[in-house]
Design a protein around this ligand. Structure first.
Ligand SMILES: *Cc1c(COP(=O)(O)O)cnc(C)c1O
Length: 295
């Protein structure tokens, strides 16, 4: 089977009086429209991993994530679509939620594991799948050089030039890929990463691991809102207003923090007048289901 998806990810301009006041133009790259379940950067990260599994004649994907992981869901759905079996090894005691329901719906087996064992993923893989020659290891979040390679392709799709690209950052693989794309096209675009974790400065090492050449980019580490999966009322309000004003769904875990950062920096006069800014909608809107009691 040919492992590919036809990429539908148009660029949409969004408007706001704030942008006019600061003379900037803001565009969204709609990776959220690539696939309803294998959404956004998750498809880009999985593409070359799945191809490599196929080349090695492995038909069983084994991967890792928290109980709300968009990556687990994307892997479950991609496995189902492209004829793989899959297991998700989930951090923490057995729970049930909307994300895991959707994983199971796509035929993924769930294996819950304590937080200490979870730290050593190769050991877990060896323990549970060491005897299974069909099994293929995919790291948490799809973090890998293959993942970065897939994300670099986003830059090939751009038909216009931008002064800045903004993207939410978890493992840093997506950021690294886009930076590599910027480098290989010799663009002057400045990449801006928004880590969604507290003390996100460490992400620079993670990003640099997958860079094909040293690059200069900005990390904005003040937009974590308390840490991974955490949100303040201010962030929730921002997400609500953004969705109601644009008709584009974002969520508080990744894209909400990234868009909040962008609006905040625009308001603070961070960008030169005339700047064109492209924000990456990296998908993940199912994450909303885990936070609906906050709305
Ligand atoms: C997983 C995810 C990210 C983080 O991507 P990394 O490559 O791990 O940095 C960003 N946005 C969304 C919506 C995600 O689901």
């Amino acid at each position: 089977m040919n492992i590919d998806l036809e990429i539908f990810s148009p660029v949409h301009q969004i408007t706001n009086p704030l942008f006019d006041a600061h003379e900037v133009k803001v565009f969204l790259k709609r990776d959220d429209l690539i696939h309803p379940m294998i959404s956004g950067n998750k498809w880009r990260k999985l593409k070359y991993l799945l191809k490599s599994a196929q080349n090695q004649h492995k038909n069983y994907l084994v991967t890792f994530g928290g109980a709300y992981s968009n990556h687990l869901l994307a892997t479950a759905a991609a496995a189902a679509k492209f004829g793989f079996k899959s297991t998700g090894i989930v951090r923490g005691e057995e729970v049930d939620n909307n994300t895991l329901f959707l994983c199971k719906l796509h035929g993924m087996q769930m294996l819950f594991t304590d937080r200490i064992s979870y730290r050593d993923k190769p050991a877990l893989f060896q323990k549970h799948f060491g005897n299974n020659e069909q099994s293929f290891f995919i790291d948490e979040g799809g973090s890998s050089a293959e993942g970065a390679q897939g994300c670099a392709e986003l830059v090939n799709e751009l038909t216009d030039s931008y002064d800045h690209i903004f993207c939410a950052c978890g493992t840093g693989t997506t950021a690294a890929g886009i930076i590599n794309g910027i480098t290989s096209h010799q663009l002057t675009t400045k990449f801006n990463a928004i880590p969604v974790f507290k003390n996100g400065g460490f992400i620079r090492n993670e990003i640099n691991r997958f860079l094909t050449a040293p690059a200069d980019y900005d990390l904005h580490t003040d937009y974590h809102f308390g840490g991974y999966g955490k949100a303040t009322d201010e962030l929730i309000d921002f997400v609500k207003h953004f969705v109601a004003a644009t008709g584009i769904v974002i969520e508080p875990v990744y894209t909400g923090k990234m868009m909040y950062a962008l609006y905040d920096l625009i308001g603070k006069g961070h960008f030169k007048p005339g700047s064109k800014i492209l924000a990456i909608h990296s998908g993940g809107i199912w994450g909303l289901l885990g936070m609906k009691d906050r709305f």
